[in-house]
Ligand binder design. Structure first.
Ligand code: ZN
Ligand code: ZN
Length: 450
């Protein structure tokens, strides 16, 4: 193809002319900003100023304003978690999540003591029940089985291999329970919360302790991610750890706190969860529950690093893996979802969420804000959450990185940063590159062909 470089040039030419309108300094400065974005493709544009003052005398030591920047704006990383939006920022998020989960399993880092390696720890996967048969993909070990061999009712004798687009689509869309599916997603976070309450109660009951005594000597901690199955329903992967405690100090758990007890009570607590469902009349429950121990070492065991990698991978995905949109749905979208590449099944789920979100016909469902979350097929919870005791936080990891960068910059300053005061005022001025800028930025980042 000989056309591509010419098109790139057509785009870049005006951008450079625009940037160099005032001086060549702007081109250099813009390139410097792009370099600091470290590959972010959807940067946030800020306008404003900051001033560094002497803390005692009030003397202005350093002043910065975006007025002197190209276009009068400063570009900062978007920080988006989703790989479909910004691969570079999603990668940073994935790495942070990996370190956070790993720290909670290995200890010895980020404020978590090493003894956690000896505590009962599992990877639990909690899944929704069936809302109607869907085409089945291969097993965990990669074996493609016959989909649904049935004499009566909907059947399918195909062996679906990985990547087959029919996987997750209903065998019979007309009998599939779309309403129950949307309502389940909309209550997924509430189902999870109820599960954690029951798990503490079941553990306390199994050991003969009151809930208060149980909370005094032990602590459960969780780190979980939400993932969409191909059928468009959310499920949760969670690292669950049972620690001992002495006040705020994490200690070796009491002798009753075994891996077996943790595994049994996770099953019983999840099976006991029942939330009243509006509309359908059937209570909302969990479906399949899978609990696997996390081991320190040994062949064939589920290792700490494997679990951290697994959880981190899912943290950068959203609903788009189940064939839906990766942005909010508008009224105009509803009739032409297929033109956006939305599958028939996802389109029907989106329309069901939209209809159930009508405040005139379903005032009781208004708190679920189903129209706002139609593109997420009803789920409005957080993708990755963890309890306070699990390990460090993403905010803490980000602060370490910002402080490191600031320390590097401060080393070049001619004054003592500990005795100064920074006043800043920023305003959001927009997001993203212009088409020409993004072509130029891609070239700077070594992705362009020109
Ligand atoms: Zn970004
Ligand atoms: Zn099938």
């Amino acid at each position: 193809m000989t056309e591509a470089p010419a098109q790139l040039g057509d785009l870049i030419g005006p951008v450079i002319r625009d940037l160099a309108r005032r001086s060549n300094h702007d081109v250099t400065r813009w390139l410097h900003q792009v370099d600091r974005l470290r590959g972010c493709t959807d940067p946030i544009r800020l306008t404003g100023e900051s001033a560094t003052l002497n803390g005692t005398t009030g003397e202005v030591l350093n002043a910065y304003t975006t007025h002197d920047e190209p276009h009068g704006q400063l570009l900062v990383r978007c920080g988006n978690r989703r790989a479909s939006r910004c691969p570079a920022c999603a990668e940073t998020y994935r790495q942070d999540t990996f370190h956070l989960i790993r720290a909670g399993l290995l200890g010895g880092d980020k404020g978590v003591p090493e003894i956690v390696r000896t505590h009962p720890r599992v990877l639990a996967t909690l899944t929704a029940p069936s809302f109607g048969p869907v085409h089945r993909g291969p097993d965990k070990d990669g074996t493609a089985n016959v989909c649904h061999a049935r004499r009566t009712g909907p059947s399918c004798f195909t062996r679906h291999h990985l990547g087959d687009p029919t996987i997750g689509q209903p065998l019979d869309a007309d009998s599939y329970d779309y309403t129950a599916h949307i309502l389940w997603n909309a209550h997924a976070a509430a189902l999870w919360h109820r599960f954690t309450v029951y798990l503490r109660q079941h553990l306390a009951a199994a050991t003969g302790l009151t809930r208060k005594e149980f909370a005094r000597v032990s602590r459960l901690s969780f780190a979980k991610v939400a993932e969409y199955q191909a059928r468009g329903v959310v499920h949760f992967h969670a690292v669950i750890r049972l620690d001992g405690r002495d006040g705020d100090t994490l200690t070796t758990p009491p002798t009753w706190a075994t891996l077996d007890l943790l595994t049994t009570t996770i099953h019983s607590a999840a099976q006991a969860v029942r939330l009243p469902a509006p509309q359908t009349g059937h209570p909302l429950t969990w479906g399949t529950i899978d609990v696997r121990p996390i081991q320190t070492a040994g062949p064939g065991t589920l290792s700490e690093a494997a679990v951290a990698g697994y959880i981190a991978k899912y943290a950068t995905k959203a609903a788009e893996t189940s064939g839906t949109l990766d942005r909010r749905v508008t009224h105009r979208d509803l009739t032409r979802l297929h033109t956006h590449g939305v599958t028939d099944h996802a389109a029907r789920l989106i329309r069901t969420a939209w209809d159930l979100g009508n405040p005139e016909t379903h005032p009781d469902l208004a708190p679920l804000r189903l129209r706002q979350w139609a593109h997420m097929l009803g789920f409005r919870g957080h993708f990755s959450t963890k309890s306070r005791a699990y390990s460090t936080t993403l905010t803490a990891l980000r602060r370490v990185r910002v402080e490191y960068r600031e320390a590097q910059e401060l080393q070049r300053l001619p004054y003592d940063p500990t005795s100064t005061l920074v006043l800043a005022h920023w305003k959001y001025a927009g997001q993203g590159f212009t088409p020409g800028e993004s072509a130029l930025a891609a070239t700077v980042n070594g992705e362009g062909r020109a």
